[in-house]
Structures are given as C-alpha cells and as structure tokens.
Design a protein around this ligand. Structure first.
Ligand code: AMP
Length: 115
C-alpha cells in the first residue's frame, strides 16, 4: 500500500465508490474527468511509477490491461477509448501510485482528445 491518495482510497481511509474491485486492483471514476468516461484502474500494490515495476509485476500489469478493457466495454466505450499511463512528474503524473486512465466517450482527433 502507498501513502498516496490512492493508497488511502484502497485501504478505505478515504471513502470512494469502487466501480470494480478484485484481489489485485480497483477502478474508480476520476474526480476531474477529461472525457465522459474517465476511469482509473489502480493496483492494490503501491508501485509508484510504471518504470518502478519489474519482472515480478508482469502478471499484475497484464491483469490491469485486461481490467481496463473490461471497464471500457462496461462503460460503453469498448470500441473507442484511450489507455494512458503518465510516468513521472515531467509527464504529468501527480499521484505516485501507478494507475491506468481509461478515457473515452469523446471524439479523438490527431492523437489528442477533441472538445
Ligand atoms: P496522474 O496525473 O496521471 O497522476 O493522474 C492522477 C489522477 O487522479 C488525476 O486525473 C486526478 O483527477 C485523479 N484524482 C486525484 N484525486 C482523486 C480522487 N480522490 N478520486 C478520484 N480521482 C482522483
């Protein structure tokens, strides 16, 4: 567990509605959505950044991808969504507990979200 806001959400110290939970991860709505669907898939294990993951985390990382796909389907954006991992402050990471952004429900243009 990490001492970040996501660590506290996972431990229940900060109440949050889970869209999904299993042994390895949770999914929650992003508090500041960038699109109609903006869900965060967060491993329970507090890996700070993607580059901090190692070979031992291979199965977990694969699991997070599968969960992200399932969430996208369930949220109705299975045919058009973007999966984003910000790695490091220079790339816009603000919470140093690995998480996948599942973003969809808006038009994509030129590799960026439009509108
Ligand atoms: P990143 O910039 O990749 O580290 O993403 C962190 C994300 O967490 C941002 O999109 C925030 O809007 C989101 N966020 C921060 N606090 C919360 C919270 N309490 N519940 C849900 N999402 C949050």
């Amino acid at each position: 567990m990490s001492d970040t806001i996501f660590g506290k959400i996972i431990s229940g110290d900060i109440p949050s509605e889970f869209l999904y939970e299993d042994e390895y991860c949770i999914a929650i709505n992003d508090i500041n959505p960038q699109a109609p669907v903006h869900v965060l898939v967060i491993p329970k294990q507090g890996i700070p950044r993607l580059v901090d993951a190692g070979a031992d985390d291979q199965a977990l990382l694969g699991h997070l991808m599968l969960v992200a796909g399932n969430i996208a389907r369930e949220q109705g954006v299975g045919d058009a969504f973007r999966l984003v991992v910000n790695n490091g402050a220079g790339a816009g990471q603000t919470v140093f507990h690995l998480h996948l952004h599942v973003i969809g429900g808006a038009e994509f243009a030129e590799g960026r979200m439009a509108g």
